[in-house]
Design a protein around this ligand. Structure first.
Ligand code: ADP
Length: 235
């Protein structure tokens, strides 16, 4: 379970009030207009930005004051997830040991994570010699070797073609269930995440609106900001 209780974040003229609750095993799509604060929300959870008020609770523990590296939180971006000079295997191993000195148990863990995302046969390749989708799978495999409870994805698949995006979404959903993660995925393609998401969190006008089911969100926009947002995106 992931919660943000009574949160407030401000930076210059930008302000965001945040209350949020996500269950373990749940894939939540984070939607909203550009500049609304979607990336900011993820950065707050990861610990790269700090709220002036409020608490972040993961499985009953307040992690608000923990530095990013100590939080049970992993973040996957659209780019920059892999180091080009390392093999896929080494890129995943980094999640366990920055010096790449792994014991046998850790090595097996890396092998298993690569196999889980379908990259077992490509383990010794460099990122430049695999596809964009496969590079994103490396980032997911790295999440699997870490003791993560919260998975944050900031438009991770935007550069992939639509079919591949659906494959990756399905994989993220499976991993979310298997690992009982609370997963937040920022997307600019609301129609594409509609089927995969368990809930939708909408951000606009300095607020994080309470989570809704995708059906409720798309069927009857509860407020003007959602209607305006959906009106601008293809349904
Ligand atoms: P979204 O992800 O929904 O597009 P962001 O979280 O990136 O929105 O941005 C929220 C607000 O913070 C916007 O007003 C944006 O202009 C501002 N902002 C984002 N990044 C920075 C930054 N590095 N420095 C200053 N302001 C920023």
């Amino acid at each position: 379970m992931l919660e943000i209780v009574d949160g407030h974040y401000g930076h210059g003229t930008f302000a965001l009030d945040i209350s949020l609750a996500a269950k373990s095993g749940e894939l939540i799509a984070v939607l909203g207009p550009s500049g609304a604060g979607k990336s900011t929300l993820l950065n707050i959870l990861a610990g790269f930005e700090t709220m002036q008020k409020g608490h972040i609770i993961v499985d009953g523990r307040d992690v608000s004051l923990q530095p990013p590296s100590r939080r049970p939180v992993s973040m996957v971006f659209q780019d920059n997830n892999v180091f080009p000079h390392l093999t896929l295997w080494q890129n995943v191993a980094l999640g366990l040991a920055p010096n790449l000195e792994l014991n046998n148990t850790q090595r097996l863990k890396v092998d298993a994570a690569l196999a889980r995302v379908g990259l077992g046969a490509l383990a010794s390749r460099k990122p430049g010699n695999v596809s964009g989708g496969e590079r994103q799978r490396v980032a997911l495999a790295r999440v699997l070797v870490r003791p993560t409870k919260v998975l944050l994805l900031d438009e991770p698949f935007a550069a992939l073609d639509p079919g591949l995006r659906q494959n990756m979404l399905a994989l993220v959903k499976e991993i979310t269930r298997e690992r009982a993660l609370a997963t937040l995925l920022v997307s600019h393609q609301p129609t594409e995440i509609r089927d995969a998401a368990d809930a939708i969190v909408f951000i606009a006008d300095g607020q994080v609106y309470p989570a809704e089911t995708p059906d409720a969100f798309f069927a009857s926009p509860g407020h003007a900001a959602v209607a305006a947002y959906l009106g601008k995106t293809s349904r």
